[in-house]
Ligand binder design. Structure first.
Ligand code: FAD
Ligand code: DLZ
Ligand code: SF4
Length: 518
């Protein structure tokens, strides 16, 4: 009997484990469903990107001889849920011997799928997702027995195992990590290369119209739409990055500039995460740029570390610690998300720019996510559920396996220190050093308290005061708490007063959410 093969919206890879052993009579099922598009209110550009990439992928499978059943979001008989679509396929095209699917990237959906066998009365085979460089078992073997899980050590092991940037068993250039050379602010005279934009084809245009009419109340601009939606075009975007931006990626990796969304970043996470690009191939291409003398070691090592190091590491963390991971609220944060995360309507120039970029492109680069919107959520004590939901919804590359460790762990320290040894808290001085935001801001980054002072400045100390009982024991914060100890009572009071006033102003002072678990 034939096999039904379900392919999800982030599984658009020709060599996917569920597509490898196809036989005559098998049917591939793909479905645009309301449930996946709305379980968080995804950015409209993200939905358009995924639906268009899904439709192109279905066409490419048909060209390769697969029989594909594809349900569009506006199909009147759409069950609007993945299980419902499997059921419809069974009713209309069955019987099938089994359903084969690759494990999804989110815990909630994996749990749901595990119940399908009983619910549907059909054998369900959930295969491992082998589109990562390290398996989940590889990560667990490395992690077990260790007191601290440090990305750097996992990364070095993977460097040795893959041979990436290794020369005679030693790291290329003599150092494992060039992080200290990745922290330059942007000089005024630097030329930012112009990125190629891909014109939407007829399929994408149709999808954009459908998303416009069905998801009108979701956040984000649909147009202009310039992302690749096929593996071929995603590869061309990678080629462009390797040629034009990689050489300076290392120097300006942490820099931010007003109105400049992409700078020297690759903008490939959206393709990697839905399967249009392969992580190991991307790393090998970058390594080749170093070997050819096209890009320096600090750029290539920095780039490879993000993919071979961080991307693999966060995936390992997610699956090792879920579902407990997302329930943690180590700092007992309870405030609701301020409305300006959606509207950008704030006098804080840094936040306004990051929200603007996010609204336009469903993209912001790492330091904008970590040190601006993430840092603000940390300092203001935003409830983890609210800020996680925002990150999961607004970025086109967001799936919980990668979003949660970065947001819940790295940005807001809600995991209590699994991802980071201390909270990434910073005052306005950091943002000022790494960007040109403060020059155009209504607030004064040099002022520490008072109505015109940069809110990051007093919120920083208020955060340390509010969390003193939880954080004073952290030896990496010892110096900072010594400084707080030396702070006179008047300044402490001013910090608390300014923070309360500011929370009032932005409408989050009294609306506290319940803490589920510290
Ligand atoms: P580049 O800067 O060019 O880096 C190259 C690649 O490295 C990226 O494409 C990505 O695949 C990988 N990478 C870099 N940093 C990380 C990281 N910390 N974790 C995992 N992979 C990384 N990344 C996502 O893919 N999805 C998310 O939902 C996501 N949410 C984030 C939330 C917060 C609060 C923070 C601080 C970071 C988040 N990141 C997320 C990580 C990072 O910001 C993005 O991967 C990166 O900005 C994507 O842009 P790029 O492709 O231009 O990356
Ligand atoms: C993100 C997303 C969206 C918006 N829509 C769909 C969809 O309609 N059909 C589908 O199969 N997948 C979609 N996805 C991706 C899934 O949400 C993703 O597969 C899970 O979150 C697991 O990572
Ligand atoms: Fe952001 Fe403060 Fe700088 Fe304004 S002054 S841009 S709020 S860091």
């Amino acid at each position: 009997m034939a096999t039904l093969r379900l392919v999800l919206g982030d599984q658009l890879t020709r060599g996917l484990a569920s597509l490898r052993d196809r036989e005559e009579g098998d049917l591939v099922l793909m479905a645009e469903v309301g449930e996946e598009a709305s379980y968080v209110r995804h950015h409209r550009k993200k939905i358009a990107f995924i639906f268009s990439a899904m439709r192109h992928f279905a066409d490419s499978l048909r060209e390769d001889g697969f029989e594909v059943r594809y349900t569009k979001i506006d199909d009147p008989s759409n069950a609007n849920a993945l299980k419902g679509e499997v059921q419809r396929a069974l009713n209309e095209r069955g019987p099938f011997e089994r359903l084969v699917v690759v494990e999804p990237g989110e815990w909630r959906l994996l749990q749901e799928m595990k119940a399908w066998q009983d619910d549907l009365g059909l054998a369900v085979e959930i295969r491992r997702d082998d589109r990562f460089i390290a398996t989940r078992e590889r990560f667990d073997a490395w992690a077990s027995g260790r007191k601290r899980l440090t990305m750097e050590y996992f990364y070095r092991d993977l460097r040795k195992e893959t041979g990436l940037l290794m020369e005679d068993g030693e790291p290329a250039g003599g150092q494992w990590n060039y992080d200290k050379e990745n922290r330059e602010p942007l000089p005024g005279n630097v030329d930012i290369p112009e990125r190629p934009v891909i014109e939407p084809d007829a399929i994408t245009v149709e999808v954009i119209e459908t998303v416009r009419s069905r998801f009108g109340d979701h956040f984000g601009d649909l147009e202009p739409f310039g992302y690749a939606v096929t593996a071929k075009d995603a590869e061309a975007q990678l080629d462009w990055f390797l040629e034009h931006a990689l050489p300076r990626f290392g120097d300006y990796q942490d820099a931010m500039a007003r109105g400049e969304a992409f700078l020297f970043h690759s903008v490939i996470s959206i393709y990697l995460n839905c399967g249009l690009l392969d992580p190991l191939t991307v790393c090998r291409r970058a390594e080749k740029a170093y070997e050819d003398g096209h890009a320096p070691i600090n750029a290539v090592e920095g780039f490879i570390r993000q993919i071979l190091g961080w991307r693999e590491f966060v995936r390992g963390i997610y699956w090792r610690f879920m579902p407990d991971y997302r329930k943690r609220n180590a700092l007992g944060a309870t405030r609701p998300l301020p409305g300006f995360y959606w509207t950008g309507d704030t006098a804080m120039a840094c936040i306004a720019d990051c929200v603007d970029t996010t609204r336009k492109h469903a993209y912001a680069h790492h330091i904008q996510r970590l040190m601006v919107t993430g840092n603000f959520a940390l300092l203001a004590g935003i409830h983890p559920d609210e800020i996680n939901e925002w990150y999961l919804a607004v970025y086109a590359d967001a799936y919980e396996w990668v979003e949660a460790p970065n947001t819940h762990g790295m940005a807001i320290f809600a995991d209590g220190g699994i991802m980071a040894t201390k909270p990434y808290a910073a005052s306005g001085a950091y943002i000022d050093r790494m960007s040109d935001y403060c020059a155009s801001c209504r607030y004064d980054v040099k002022a520490r308290t008072g109505e015109t002072a940069c809110p990051f400045n007093y919120l920083y100390w208020n955060f340390l005061i509010e969390n003193e009982a939880r954080l004073r024991g952290n030896h990496r914060l010892a110096m900072i708490y010594k400084t707080l100890d030396r702070m006179d009572e008047d300044r402490r009071e001013a910090v608390k007063r300014d923070s309360e006033r500011f929370f009032e102003e932005i409408g989050i002072a009294d609306k506290r959410r319940e803490i589920t678990r510290e």
